[in-house]
Design a protein around this ligand. Structure first.
Ligand code: SAM
Length: 266
C-alpha cells in the first residue's frame, strides 16, 4: 500500500515529481516503456513508430518521411520531407511522435487548408511540421525554436529546397516576438509540454501571438502529472477542443497523444 501524504499525494507520486524536478527531460527518454540513458540514444525510428501507415527510412542521421495524401479522384500524392536529425543540440534535434502526428494531420487537411496562409511553428526542433506546411502550399512558414536548434532547422529548410517560403527564426518562449514575424494565420506546436519552468513562458508566447482568427493546432503527449499544471495555466487564457476529424486519432490517443485546437478567451 502507498504511504499517504497530508496533501493526499501518494509516496510514489511525490517521488515522481521530485525526480522530475531533478531531471525534467527524463520522460522524454521513455521509449516503449523503457527509460533510455540519454536523448543521444533515441533513434528517431523508435519515436516514429506510432502511425502504422507512415513511411520512413533513416541512414546516417538523415531521415526521409513520406506521407500519402489522398486526392479526390482516388489517387494519392506523396509529400516527402528529408531531415537531418542530430540529438546533440538538444531534444529538438530528433523527430517526436507529436510532430509526426501533427504533420500527418496537415497532410490530411491538404493544400486547401494551408494555401496562402502565414504559418508559425513553435518549438519546431528539426522543422518537420513547418516544412510539411510549406510543402502543402503555405505562403510563409516561420520555423522557430531556441538558438541551438537554428542550424539544424536551416539545414533542413535547404535540403528540402524551401528557402523561398520558410524562414528560420529564434523564438524563445516568454520573450517578445520579433516585429519581423508577421501575425500568423496558423500556429503549430508539437510536443512542447515537458519542462515545467517553460509552462508559463509557452502560455505567454501563445497569448502574444494568437488573435481572434488564428487557428492553433497543438499536439501533445501526456507524460506526467505536472502536465496538468500547464493546462491549468493555459485555461486562464484559452479554451480548447479535441480535433475529431483525424482518422488516426484512436491510434495516437492510445499513446497518450492528443491533438487539440486552442481559442483565446475574449
Ligand atoms: C520535445 S521537442 C519537440 C520538437 C518538435 N516539435 C517535434 O515534435 O519533433 C521540444 C522542442 O521545444 C523547444 N523548446 C523548449 N523550450 C523552449 C523555449 N523556452 N523556447 C522555445 N523553444 C523551446 C525545444 O528546443 C525542442 O525543439
Amino acid at each position: 500500500m502507498n504511504a499517504q501524504h497530508p496533501d493526499g499525494a501518494d509516496q510514489d507520486g511525490t517521488d515522481e515529481e521530485r525526480l522530475d524536478i531533478i531531471d525534467p527531460l527524463r520522460h522524454l527518454r521513455m521509449v516503449n516503456g523503457q527509460e533510455n540513458t540519454g536523448t543521444e540514444d533515441l533513434a528517431s525510428s523508435e519515436l516514429l513508430a506510432v502511425l502504422p501507415d507512415q513511411k520512413y527510412s533513416i541512414h546516417n542521421k538523415t531521415l526521409q518521411l513520406t506521407y500519402l495524401q489522398e486526392q479526390n479522384n482516388d489517387s494519392s500524392e506523396a509529400i516527402s520531407v528529408t531531415l537531418t536529425v542530430d540529438a546533440s543540440p538538444g531534444c529538438g534535434g530528433v523527430v517526436w511522435p507529436a510532430g509526426q502526428i501533427l504533420s500527418s494531420y496537415l497532410v490530411l487537411k491538404g493544400h486547401a487548408y494551408l494555401k496562402g496562409k502565414n504559418v508559425l511553428e513553435l518549438g519546431s526542433g528539426t522543422g518537420l511540421v513547418g516544412l510539411v506546411a510549406a510543402k502543402l502550399g503555405a505562403k510563409s512558414v516561420w520555423i522557430t525554436d531556441q538558438k541551438p536548434l537554428l542550424d539544424i532547422m536551416q539545414q533542413n529548410v535547404s535540403i528540402n529546397q524551401l528557402n523561398s517560403s520558410c524562414i528560420v527564426a529564434e523564438l524563445d518562449w516568454g520573450t517578445a516576438v520579433s516585429a519581423s514575424i508577421p501575425r500568423p494565420d496558423i500556429i503549430l506546436a508539437a510536443d512542447c509540454v515537458y519542462f515545467e519552468p517553460a509552462f508559463p513562458l509557452l502560455v505567454q508566447t501563445l497569448s502574444d501571438l494568437v488573435g481572434d482568427n488564428t487557428d492553433v493546432l497543438f499536439c501533445y503527449k501526456k507524460r506526467r502529472k505536472a502536465d496538468r499544471r500547464f493546462f491549468a495555466m493555459l485555461k486562464k487564457k484559452f479554451t480548447w477542443t479535441q480535433v475529431e476529424d483525424d482518422p488516426n486519432r484512436m491510434i495516437y490517443n492510445r499513446e497518450a497523444i492528443t491533438l487539440i485546437r486552442l481559442s483565446k478567451l475574449s
